[in-house]
Ligand binder design. Structure first.
Ligand SMILES: [Zn+2]
Length: 173
């Protein structure tokens, strides 16, 4: 009948629609690629800044590595020098520097790791024990270890006991 009724029938064929969609997609793909290329290619100023940043990052990493090495050296020296306590110059009284806090991991026996506050040594390295850990008693779980109040003899007694009763593997983590 009228053209108005025919037009919708003529319309756009599926093939035409597909090619138009392709063209739109291709155009946007091209634009995206250009965009990406622009983003990837910094201006000379940007490149200079990137180079400076990279140099700074390298410098910082080197400095951190140097500090870490110095720390390790310092720790080694401290360990060599440290007799695990200090002797009062006036009184000549020796005070050990072993300290520890009780850890109560879920499903494991409570334990503590005596550590020298001067050099960071633990009993396994100092006394040749298989583990740095000591199983905590019920009292210690409640009251803390209070290693600062132990005498040197107390420590030697516990160390001797640990040599005969090494901490079981399941406690070591
Ligand atoms: Zn020490």
């Amino acid at each position: 009948m009228s053209e108005e009724k025919q037009q919708p029938q003529v319309g756009i064929s599926p093939d035409q629609l597909a090619s138009i969609l392709d063209a739109i997609n291709n155009r946007s793909d091209e634009r995206m690629i250009k965009f990406a290329q622009e983003l990837r290619k910094p201006t000379p100023e940007e490149q200079a800044k990137l180079d400076r940043d990279l140099a700074k990052t390298k410098e910082r990493a080197l400095a951190a590595a140097r500090v870490a090495m110095a720390d390790e050296e310092g720790k080694k020296n401290a360990a060599k020098m440290c007799p695990h306590g200090t002797t009062h110059e006036g009184t000549g009284v020796f005070k050990h520097q072993w300290r520890a806090q009780v850890h109560t991991p879920a499903g494991e026996r409570a334990y503590y790791i005596p550590r020298c506050t001067q050099c960071g040594s633990t009993w396994d390295t100092v006394y040749g024990l298989p583990s740095p850990k000591v199983v905590a008693t019920q009292d210690q779980m409640k009251e803390g270890v209070n290693l600062d109040k132990w005498s040197v003899n107390d420590i030697h007694r516990v160390v001797e006991w640990l040599k005969l009763n090494p901490v079981a593997e399941e406690v070591t983590a």
